[in-house]
Design a protein around this ligand. Structure first.
Ligand code: BES
Ligand code: ZN
Length: 483
């Protein structure tokens, strides 16, 4: 008897310590189910947070039984979580499996510095004005749908104009809107399956402002920033080692729909996206510093945010391209970076100002270029950071000053041919590609013998890089001078 009382005492103490009602528990469930339970059994469920289509809830056993009865033939209709924290973080669903490997090196100085001088403020302003001129880019409005197709044509035209048939521009169609998302791809020469993304939403307005929504800053400025980054990369014949994608998302303003659709599709297809940069509002200069690195833990990657800091410290601390920065927080899933984070990818969101000091005219008929002083000066900072981000994550074949060393690999240039010896490696399945410093592929040879030579006839004198790959795809590079 005494023992039983002691047991009761201890178990009720434990109950007190954990503070949990055994009949209630934490879980995640789909948002519509959570909301219908809340409507029908308001006392039986608390909705703690909702992200995209999943809610974190605290609910009674009775409520959970309703979920099971709700036609959820497979499984209980919810996923049990042991505590509130677990439920709240699970809805952001970080799937580590999708995280790729980035080396976070900064070694493309020559090429990046060459690009930074080419940013043209007027070009950015012109694109902002083009975006504003639609009157609205709301995803259901004819002008908004037209704007999405026009942007696809604009980017395609830019690639065609410089003769880049390897660069593709595609529509990503969505079932929920006729507005398209636009995806431009610059294929990676050496690691085509490793993808780096820079994007922003092309729509404007919100539920309450569908017609007179010029959206010059939100997000004409982001689209203009992307377009200028693209222009400069194409003008410099950029050929990355990794694949680069430019994305203009549909229907962000109604709840990140376009980017959520794309990020989910990429995760479902196990696409190896190494890093994502979101550009949404870049042209309103509202803070004492230039760029706010939005650092919400659930929606951005701390590692990638610090890499942006590295880039800014490396390229923009003083010198000819000074950029100042600070950290800030939205406090919620405020833009498309959150869609990527929700699917387990590393995303960052450099923003025009501290949160709260941003453009006060967004989501109103006053979000115009005129209200930003008729200049795109502030956006130039984001073009520079965008260029640094793309080139340092995707890399050109130039590989900066460091060869990836492999002591056994030997190359010598003699009589306009490259004499090589792979050393002690598997004899079969080796290949080599020779690039110029911009990353352009010039010579390619499959099924290399373990030693031999490669003709360099026809190539002008200059610096080149040879990237040897073994049959597992592991790459080793050597620079050489042809003279
Ligand atoms: N550009 C804004 C996001 C934003 C606004 C970030 C102000 C920082 C400061 C974006 O287009 C937007 O309007 N987002 C919505 C949320 C989204 C899920 C519909 C917002 O912030 O209300
Ligand atoms: Zn907005």
């Amino acid at each position: 008897m005494k023992r039983f009382k002691l047991f009761l005492l201890i178990s009720s103490m434990a109950f007190f310590v954990y503070g949990q009602n055994p009949e209630w528990f934490y879980a995640t469930t789909d948002a519509p189910s959570a909301h219908s339970l809340k409507t029908n059994y308001p006392d039986q469920i608390q909705i703690l947070d909702t992200f995209i289509e999943v809610s974190a809830v605290y609910m009674s056993r009775d409520a959970s039984m309703q979920l099971k009865n709700n036609g959820n033939l497979h499984g209980p209709g919810y996923i049990f979580k042991s505590n509130e924290e677990a439920a709240r973080t699970a809805i952001y669903n970080v799937q580590e499996a999708h995280l790729g490997v980035l080396d976070f090196t900064i070694d493309q100085d020559d090429f990046v510095n060459q690009l930074l001088t080419q940013v043209d403020t007027q070009n950015i302003g012109d694109v902002i004005l083009d975006m504003e001129a639609y009157g609205t880019r709301f995803n259901t409005k004819p002008a908004g749908i037209q704007a999405s197709h026009d942007l696809k044509d604009r980017w395609q035209g830019m690639a065609t104009d410089v003769g880049r048939t390897d660069v593709t521009v595609e529509a990503f169609n969505h079932s929920f809107t006729d507005q398209i998302s636009v995806i431009l791809t610059i294929p990676g020469s050496t690691y085509p399956d490793e993808i780096v993304i820079i994007g922003g939403h092309l729509d404007s307005g919100d539920f309450w402002l569908q017609d007179n929504a010029p959206g010059a800053d939100d997000n004409g400025s982001g689209i203009a920033t992307l377009t200028e980054v693209l222009r400069i990369l194409l003008a410099n014949d950029f050929h990355p080692l990794r694949t680069v994608q430019f994305m203009a998302y549909a229907a962000e303003e109604i709840g990140l729909y376009g980017s959520a659709d794309i990020a989910e599709n990429y995760a479902d297809n196990n696409k190896n996206v190494l890093a994502v940069m979101q550009l949404d509002m870049t042209n309103y200069n509202g803070s004492a510093f230039d760029i706010a690195i939005i650092s919400d833990g659930a929606h951005t990657s701390g590692t990638l945010n610090l890499f942006l800091v590295d880039l800014l410290e490396h390229y923009n601390s003083g010198g000819e391209h000074p950029i100042t920065y600070d950290f800030s927080y939205c406090g919620y899933a405020c833009s498309d970076h959150a869609s990527w984070a929700a699917n387990g990818y590393m995303a960052s969101f450099p923003f025009e100002s501290g949160f709260g000091e941003h453009n006060p005219y967004i989501h109103s008929p006053n979000d115009t270029y005129a209200k930003m002083g008729n200049t795109a000066e502030h956006s130039t900072k984001f073009v520079k950071l965008g260029l640094e981000f793309i080139v340092e994550t995707a890399k050109t074949a130039q590989m900066g000053t460091n060869d990836i060393h492999r002591p056994q690999l030997m190359v010598v240039v003699k009589d306009r041919s490259l004499i090589y010896d792979l050393g002690a490696v598997q004899a079969d399945g080796n290949s080599v590609v020779v690039f110029d410093p911009s990353g352009k592929k010039l010579v390619e040879r499959q099924q290399l013998k373990s030693s031999g030579n490669l003709s360099l006839q026809g190539l002008p004198n200059g610096l080149y890089i040879a990237v040897f790959k073994d049959k597992n795809g592991k790459a080793y590079s050597k620079k050489f001078l042809l003279k």
